[in-house]
Design a binder for this molecule. Sequence first.
Ligand SMILES: [Zn+2]
Length: 147
Amino acid sequence: MFKICKTFRFEAAHHLPITNGKCKNVHGHNYKVKVYIEAETPHQYGPDTGMIFDFHVLDKIAKNAFLKIYDHKNLNEIQVFRDSVPLVELTEQDKLLYPTAELIAADIFLRMKHELSKLNELCCSIFYNLDAIRVYENDDCWAEYSE
Ligand SMILES: [Zn+2]
């Protein structure tokens, strides 16, 4: 199995109303997102020979899938968090979703998985699997989502 990873960055505000502590207040992060994609073998022919994914193509996909939605936004106002649409299985008391690093990772995972599934339908030579999405709020703290 081969795996690639590319790091993306966005800046955004959020607040976590139900937590104890200073994260209740609106504040910002310079978020970092690592996208991990794997495939059994690299491309055997064509312009991507020897690679599983062209990093420049990944830039375009990430921009459409989540960067344009997340960058320079108040994350609490993004629809998935504003409307409390459940993305992952949550217990009853967790029905209200706030833009924690964990749930941002889950949301980005679903958005990227959707884009990769479209590519998999177009390209039959290799199969791209989204391995994980890791979201950093800062250098020391990250959360990851995978299936
Ligand atoms: Zn925060």
